[in-house]
Design a protein around this ligand. Structure first.
Ligand SMILES: [Fe+2]
Length: 136
């Protein structure tokens, strides 16, 4: 399981959002480190709860910025954010039921895909609209 190092390839051109995304990278790296040490079962529930709280906050802030600049991709983004939250909520329900031992690799895969395909592709598209309004 590789460590996910932040690079400019992931920058969305808005410093505040890059910081938020780096926190999500950090959560994935902590999960990977715990998996390598065989400790993921103990902490997966906490990671999932932290991820759920943080992504709700992050998506809210990101959508506010998109609204401010009348971003054309807002509806598509809200849809993707809603789907991601409901997947994490499903994992949280399973963790609450004591099924944590089975969740680490699914959460890891979900997050890895999210970093690559959402942040690395969909989020990068809002840079132009944000920067044009002085948000950078
Ligand atoms: Fe984002």
């Amino acid at each position: 399981m590789p460590l996910f190092e932040w690079s400019d390839d992931y920058s969305v051109g808005v410093a505040g959002m890059d910081r938020h995304h780096q926190k999500i990278f950090d959560m994935l790296n902590r999960l990977h480190a715990a998996m390598l040490q065989g400790k993921a079962v103990d902490m997966i529930g906490n990671i999932i709860r932290e991820l759920l709280d943080y992504t709700k906050y992050h998506f809210g802030e990101e959508e506010k910025l998109m609204e401010r600049v009348n971003y054309v991709g807002l509806a598509e983004q809200k849809n993707a954010h809603g789907k991601f939250i409901s997947l994490i909520e499903d994992y949280k329900d399973q963790a609450d039921k004591g099924m944590g031992a089975f969740l680490s690799s699914g959460v890891s895969t979900l997050l890895t895909d999210w970093l690559k395909s959402h942040i690395g592709v969909m989020d990068k598209k809002y840079q132009k609209a944000m920067n044009a309004e002085g948000i950078r």
